[in-house]
Design a protein around this ligand. Sequence first.
Ligand code: ADP
Ligand code: 5RP
Length: 560
Amino acid sequence: MVDNYFSIGIDFGTESGRVLLVNVHSGSIEAIKVIPYRHGVIEDTLPINKQRIPKGSVLQHPGDYLHVLKEGVAHVLAESKVNPTHIIGIGVDFTSSTIVPVDHTLTPLCFYSNYHQSPHSWVKLWKHHHTKAETEKIYRVATQRKEKWMRKLGYNISEEWMIPKILEVFEQDREIYTHTAYYLEAVDWIVSTLASKVSRNNCSLGFKAFWNEKDGYPEEFFTAIDPEFGKTILPKLAGEVKNIGECAGYLTEEWARKLSLPVNLPISTGVIDAHSAVLGTGVYQSGELLMVMGTSTCHMMLHSEEKEIPGISGVVKDAIIPGLYAYEAGQSAVGDLFGSYIKNHVPESYKQEADKQGVSMFDYLEKKAAKLSPGESGLIALDWHNGNRSILSNTDLSGCLIGLTLHTKPEAIFRAYLESTAFGANMIIGAYRDWGMDVREVVACGGLPQANKLLMQLYADILNMPIHVSQSNYAPAIGAAILGAVAAGRINNGYDDMEAAIRYMAQPIEKTYYPIKKHVEVYQQLFAHYKELHDYFGMKRLSMMRNLKHGIDKETETIY
Ligand SMILES: Nc1ncnc2c1ncn2[C@@H]1O[C@H](COP(=O)(O)OP(=O)(O)O)[C@@H](O)[C@H]1O
Ligand SMILES: O=C(CO)[C@H](O)[C@H](O)COP(=O)(O)O
């Protein structure tokens, strides 16, 4: 029977990995296993010897990913009792740019006792920010040389991307750099390991590694950065590049045994997590935008035309749906901003009351904030508590709250922060529209849309558009399972094209929030104020913001 075939989707997030077994005909999730990484996010000391790592370094243990693979697959097989021969493919998505330095056998350098004392032998997680100097150097040289590839990356270089992370190792630990045979996106490392051949995906390379289909890597630019870097980097970036939707390889005998899965099972090309969520929520047409809302928000957009929009994270052809351009923009603190407010600023009396009612502080504040009407508190905030990713692309910026009085209550501040992230999203959608892109539909997924109804109503009112919320919290893993079914192809009871796989397997819309007319009118006025503050602090008063964030240097600069 056609509905008795399954695909495995594996989503590697920031703190945990999720393995899903998905029915390829109905999209139903047969079994799920979420496994927190045993070593978590490493920010203080190395796991092997408690050696301190530099501030801003954010590392992970690659063994944790293998643990997710083995335990997760074993669990979903046992729970679902599915016959493994009815599993037709595997798909994998990952945070990005999360990079693994490996030797020629694809073994991470940190697995060797002669390398593991160096922080540079470990995985650098996407939010590793110890690359400021290298990023500035890359930006300076690239703008001086008017590098064409920058146009596709919003004229922007992020500390989170792959090349700044590799340059950091080149400049700070030449031994590790020299002994690294390949720098792989973590998703490519998993896929390459399972298939025992080096394979890379066009999505991560296009968005995070200065690569494009037409020109490949910018070899001359790498030499302009440093002649030795130019001479040595390309072999470390080698490997067959495959497009999203293609089969990257087949499960080796060794891994088939370890995972109790069939030998030669098709493995799809890897994909970035936010991009995979586009597939999992069923977004596949030009003009549709997906907000992946959690710790941060990624704003994914598909379009039939290529536009070089300044300040977004990038545009890459065929990086999600073949034939369409995939766009990404982002806000660095969304759930993180709400969480940090609750952690650091909510008074004890509120905590006691929430405990008494047996509700979380999020739910307690949401209920109180929902009783306020738009504009009532007189507050307005800038949502830059972790810098601004789009469209100002500036990590020196910090948050701002205006309109406080002696009577301001915590729920009013909470609501102002919720509103500020919706205003930030409106700036990004405005930038897409200014460049002639018709944003027709907005879909939301991730942990936040399910967790906070007020937030979603505010987005509908502030964007002045219906917001469709996806049913599942697991959109990236579903997207990965879709890719697994496409890698298998129809011949193996999967799909030959992405559109068909999405039609059968994507998660349905659970709920739509519609704009409330009288709220829209108030928020249009408040957004005009937000934009004024955005331009003032984000553009005119940059040196003041930098001073505030990094401390005032009395010798050279004053605030005013
Ligand atoms: N009810 C809520 N209202 C607002 N923010 C919330 C709520 N519940 C969780 N958060 C925030 O959402 C984030 C978690 O989102 P989630 O999508 O689950 O995680 P991730 O982005 O790591 O996948 C945290 O930063 C947390 O502070
Ligand atoms: O840069 C990104 C995608 O390009 C994401 O922000 C990164 O992968 C982490 O996402 P999450 O908020 O799910 O932890």
